[in-house]
Design a protein around this ligand. Structure first.
Ligand SMILES: [Fe+2]
Length: 307
């Protein structure tokens, strides 16, 4: 990256069609898909999505989970067949969501099928997350998996102490290199964005690590609505942005397929971040800019100098 770069952020695609399951958690999820989710999946918008993304010529892409409905191995295959439309896998990084891990499955039949889109592991051998994907000279995508099987009716997530421990070193290394660190996960890390049933159980521990070791931007999904918040990282406020579903049309809830694009530029005081929310216009049969925001993130060096 020279002066600026664009990263696109997709979430909660739910793009696969599952087969019926008698596993208690999956049976409920299957019913939910048959009765509700299936009718909200906007096929036309979803078909137009890859071309709209390619039109932005992004430097990289982040997908914050829930690509499937039930996390069946056959759904992992469907997703793996679709992902190449987004471009070179070396510039894409994804993490799973709660729908992708509804019960323990052999990794060879599930997450291993997405290996090239997950990105290189940044922790010790045998630990897939945090993933670390460098984009150009200035950006690094740090992926965290909050996807764990949970009881029926729950959609909680957990990172776990091993992943959080590895995250500390990943953030320190990228921070020392002066990179813009984008930490992304499925579940929102800020309190109140989703209910107790859908929460990240160790959100407080994650916020603690981010505050101690620093980051420049946190991205998530799960809530199916656009969210803009902040948290404290290395003594400064950094943006926390939730992307809505890239495939859901729901007139009752006022939802249409959306995704975010971030233009990130290095400036004298740190970083400038231009957020563009792109939404599907069913009448025009095209994505359009729905909202824009300019945010700034001061660099830790500038913060220290100011103090
Ligand atoms: Fe989710």
């Amino acid at each position: 990256m020279t002066s600026d770069s664009t990263i696109v952020h997709l979430s909660d695609l739910h793009l696969s069609a599952p087969s019926p399951s008698f596993h208690p958690k999956r049976a409920l999820a299957y019913l939910s898909w048959r009765l509700r989710r299936r009718s909200h999946f906007d096929r036309e918008a979803f078909a137009a999505l890859p071309e709209d993304i390619r039109g932005l010529n992004p430097s990289g892409a982040v997908i914050t989970g829930d690509l499937t409905q039930l996390g069946l191995p056959s759904e992992y295959e469907q997703v793996a067949d679709w992902l190449p439309q987004l471009g070179d896998s070396s510039r894409i990084s994804l993490v799973p969501g709660n729908h992708d891990v509804t019960r323990a499955e052999p990794p060879a039949r599930t997450l291993a099928l997405w290996d090239q889109w997950i990105g290189p592991p940044g922790g010790p051998a045998g630990q897939q997350f945090p993933s670390v994907r460098e984009i150009g000279d200035d950006l690094v995508l740090v992926g965290l998996s909050s996807a764990r099987p949970s009881l029926p009716t729950l959609a909680v997530g957990t990172l776990g102490s091993a992943q959080l421990e590895s995250l500390k070193e990943v953030l320190d290394v990228a921070g020392a290199a002066g990179r813009f660190r984008i930490v992304f996960l499925h579940h929102p890390p800020c309190e109140g964005d989703v209910g107790w049933r859908k929460r990240l159980t160790d959100a407080e521990q994650l916020r603690c690590v981010l505050n101690s070791h620093g980051t420049e931007l946190v991205l998530h999904g799960h809530a199916h609505r656009p969210l803009f918040g902040s948290l404290v990282a290395a003594g400064r406020s950094v943006p926390v942005i939730g992307a809505p579903s890239a495939s859901e049309s729901n007139a009752v809830k006022g939802r249409r397929p959306r995704y975010n694009a971030y233009r990130i530029a290095r400036v004298a005081a740190g970083w400038e971040l231009d957020v563009s929310v792109r939404a599907w216009n069913a009448r025009e049969r095209a994505f359009e800019v729905d909202e824009t925001r300019r945010l700034s993130v001061s660099s830790p060096e500038n913060l220290r100098a100011a103090n």
